[in-house]
Ligand binder design. Sequence first.
Ligand SMILES: [Zn+2]
Length: 265
Amino acid sequence: MDRRAVLGGLVAVVPGGSAFAAARAQAWPGGARGAVSLSYDDGLSSQYEHAAPALRVRGLKASFFLTLDNMQDRVAEWRAVAAQGHELGNHTVHHYCGLPQTHPERFVQREVLDAQTRLEAMFGPQPKILAYPCGVTDLGPGPPNDQLHRYVGLLREAGFIAARTSDGPPMSPHYAREHRFDLNATAPTYETGSLSEALDYLDMAVARGRWANLVFHGLGPTRLESGDTANAVHEAILDAILKRPLWCAPIGQVLAHLGVGSASS
Ligand SMILES: [Zn+2]
């Protein structure tokens, strides 16, 4: 039953009651209590070999952020990934991470815009979303806030709608709209390769009605090095998503649901 308070003849719904919980649930489609997006960064062959089939059998769609250097000899394979309904996002041409030393405009032109032009030539229109290589946003000289502001300004000018970092907790819809060029994410298996960090992150999204972004890199039968995820762990994470009341969709689709669909929105 709603917790209500009578205030000067008006009935107010008190946050924390079931009406608040119901409103929060309506934030996500189908009555889901949270959302999750899966990112696969760097354009690695192990992703279409291992991640795409695991997603397909479970009916899940994801965002693959391609680094052109890594995938340009495998266009046919990535076209097949796109044909399965996944989004192909921008992870630059060369994956440079030393941005304070670069010329900002030249960097964005050569690394981000050239990558976008080539991606769209290969795969058709895709949501203009960047995954910052190494999660680095300190473009050009100055303090961090100025660097991010400069980077975001150049991305907005170029028609980008959002950009994803590699750090931070699940986001509320309001936070994601306000910080669309600084979207939180986590790479839950990067350091340890274990399942528990991903499950905790998903549970936090469900408990708080938030949007979780999980990032993966290399995949394979076994974890060979830091950053890799063993197939069994990756598939256990996908199964954990299916068991929870989470809406799983690519980043561009979640943003569209939140009303972020163009550079000006
Ligand atoms: Zn990367």
